[in-house]
Every structure is written in structure tokens, then in C-alpha cells.
Design a protein around this ligand. Structure first.
Ligand code: PEP
Ligand code: MN
Length: 343
């Protein structure tokens, strides 16, 4: 829908705009109001270049698109009936719980095996474990490819599907070859379109899932959904959106908790929303209430950092990880809340 600055386009302006839309196989349909005339674009109006050319005209106020820019992720897409499964869980039928360590310590695999067993007993359906880590400080532990074997061993021991973040194509292919079930795109790479494209291509034809975090810096709802569209456009629709707090922070928390974005996402897209309360608030003591708030806002799942001995953990674990006992009570309350909201 094209809105001119004046009450209507003059005939010269009308022919200029008509010529632009014709270049994109569209036509114009004036909608004459009592005071103002606006112009519907008839045809596929999703091409950004067409919109940019029209909005670049000095006499145009703006173009409002009726069609969604993310045609596959849109709630009205045929993909809306696609159901995503992870292990025994079908998203939407029960609350999905992913839990495990922020970071696998390659020097201490036993701790990870114990964590894996403990999160399973606490009620988690999938196990997370950081193999390669995006660290703000270049001198912090950056992860180790050896941890991939530890992650897969924990999968064999517990039967839980596993999730790990990849930051580049080499890591992506190593993770897929090892059999990682869910590829995590971190908040720092959430808008790395080359990586999103590489993931989309690499998982096409596989049952792999992707957990796409929200970018750190207050990314808009549409930007978030469009990032998922990059992956899904190559044919595998198993993408889940993961709000994890944004920057600037709410003083006292690690980030600004953003579980409240969930209903806004759900209005626009069919994709499941899995909230990560751990990175959102950044301290174990605040994680349970953030997790419950996420469920109240309509989240389909939670991704929670947990460790058998947080004080012996590395990465975020000493600060953020829930002990298995607190994880178990959080999961129990979250599942009860989910069930009461979906009864
Ligand atoms: C993580 O999951 O440990 C992590 C680094 O997450 P994020 O990308 O959300 O910071
Ligand atoms: Mn972490």
C-alpha cells in the first residue's frame, strides 16, 4: 500500500510509480478515500528493491506492505502445519526442556556425563553443551573440538538428543558429521547471513533442528523472523526461535529479559519459541522466575544452563547454571504452568 505525502498522486507521479511497479510485474489500484487516495500494489509486493525505489521518491510518505516479508515463516504459510519433533517431544504438545552446561570442559568429561544424567533425571528432553564458545574476551577459554566427542558420548549414555553452538562452517560440518541433533546459532551470529545460509544448505534433507538465538542488540521481531527465513528457505523447516535477553541490560541482570517478545513472535510466525532465561538474567538465582515468566508468555520450551557442580564449571556455569535440584523444581513448576495454560 503506497501512501503519498499529498492527498493523491498527480498524473506524472502516478505514471512514474506505475512504471516502477510494472518492472516487478505488479500494477497499481487506487483506493479513493473522502480526503486521501492511497494505492494498493497488486501482485507480489515483497521485493525490497521495488519498495526502496518507491520510498526513494520525494513525494512518497511510505509503503506499507500487506504481505509478510518472510513468506515461509509467516503464520499463514503452508508450513504452519509442520510439526517439529525433538526426541520424543512434539513441539506444541508439551513444554520442551533443553538443559545442560554452558561449556563442556574437555579436561573434565566426567562432570559433563554427570550433568547429562542429572538433567535427564530432572526432566529435560535434550542436552545442551558448548563445544566452541563465543567469548567476548579473546583470552578466555574458546572451547575445544575434543568436546564434541564428549557431547556425543553423553548422548550415547543418556539417549538425550544434543544441542551445540557453531560459529563457522568448519564447526557446522564437524557437528553434523558427529550427529549433533540441534545446531545452535548464538546471539552474536544471529545475523551472520553467510552462516545462516550455510546452515540452511547443510541441514536441507536432514532431520537436524536449529535453535536460533535472538541477536543481542534489540533486534526487531521482523529481523529475528527473517533470520529464520534464511535457514528455512533451503528446505528444512525445523527452526526454533530463542529469545535470550537483549542489550542494553537492565541493571542487575546480564541482559534485558525479553521473554515478553513471545506473543509478538507468535502473532507473526508459526515457529516454536524456546526461551533461554539463563543468558537473559545471567544469575542462577533469577533464572527460575524468568523461566516461569517465559511459560506464562506462551513459550513452547526453555533452554536452561545447568551443572552438577556450578562452582567447578567454566564459561557461564559458575554464575548462571542451576544445580540439578533447582533445575528439577523449575522444570516441575514450568511443566505444571504450561499444562494449566494449555488445558
Ligand atoms: C550459550 O548458549 O552458551 C551462549 C553463548 O548463548 P548466547 O549466544 O545467547 O550468548
Ligand atoms: Mn552460556
Amino acid at each position: 500500500m503506497i501512501l503519498p505525502k499529498a492527498n493523491r498522486l498527480n498524473s506524472e507521479q502516478l505514471s512514474e510509480v506505475s512504471a516502477i511497479v510494472a518492472d516487478f510485474d505488479c500494477t497499481l489500484q487506487p483506493i479513493v478515500g473522502a480526503v486521501r487516495t492511497i494505492y494498493a500494489i497488486v501482485g507480489d509486493e515483497r521485493d525490497d528493491l521495488m519498495v526502496n525505489r518507491i520510498e526513494g521518491l520525494a513525494y512518497i510518505e511510505r509503503v506499507d506492505r500487506i504481505q509478510s516479508p518472510h513468506k515461509l515463516m509467516d503464520r499463514r504459510s503452508d508450513l504452519a502445519s509442520h510439526s517439529i519433533k525433538l526426541g520424543a517431544v512434539t513441539l506444541g504438545q508439551e513444554l520442551l526442556i533443553i538443559a545442560g552446561q554452558c561449556t563442556i570442559d574437555p579436561k573434565n568429561p566426567t562432570l559433563f556425563y554427570e550433568t547429562a544424567q542429572a538433567v535427564k533425571e530432572a526432566g529435560a528432553h535434550a542436552l545442551r553443551g558448548g563445544v566452541w564458545k563465543p567469548r567476548t574476551n579473546p583470552y578466555s577459554f574458546q572451547g575445544d573440538a575434543k568436546s564434541l566427542d564428549i557431547l556425543m558420548e553423553a548422548h550415547s549414555r543418556t539417549g538425550l538428543p544434543v544441542d551445540a553452538e557453531v560459529m563457522d562452517e568448519t564447526q557446522l560440518h564437524l557437528a553434523l558429521e558427529a550427529g549433533v541433533h540441534m545446531i545452535q546459532v548464538g546471539a552474536r551470529n544471529a545475523l551472520n547471513y553467510s552462516l545462516l545460509t550455510a546452515i540452511g544448505k547443510a541441514i536441507a534433507g536432514r532431520s537436524t533442528l536449529v535453535l536460533l538465538k535472538r541477536s543481542i542488540h534489540l533486534g526487531s521481531v521482523n529481523e529475528f523472523i527473517s533470520a529464520a527465513e534464511y535457514i528455512v528457505s533451503y528446505g528444512n523447516p525445523n527452526v526454533m526461535l530463542c529469545p535470550r535477553g537483549t542489550s542494553p541490560t537492565l541493571e542487575g541482570y546480564r541482559n534485558h529479559p525479553d521473554e515478553s517478545i513471545t506473543p509478538l513472535l507468535k502473532e507473526k510466525t508459526w515457529a516454536p519459541v524456546i526461551v533461554d532465561p539463563s543468558h537473559s538474567v545471567g544469575r542462577a538465582v533469577y533464572v527460575p522466575s524468568c523461566a516461569l515468566a517465559a511459560v506464562a508468555y506462551g513459550a513452547d520450551g526453555l533452554c536452561i544452563e545447568s551443572h552438577v557442580k556450578p562452582a567447578q564449571g567454566i564459561g557461564d556455569d559458575p554464575k548462571q547454571a542451576l544445580t540439578p535440584e533447582v533445575l528439577a523444581s523449575t522444570i516441575r513448576q514450568a511443566k505444571n504452568l504450561w499444562a494449566s495454560l494449555h488445558a
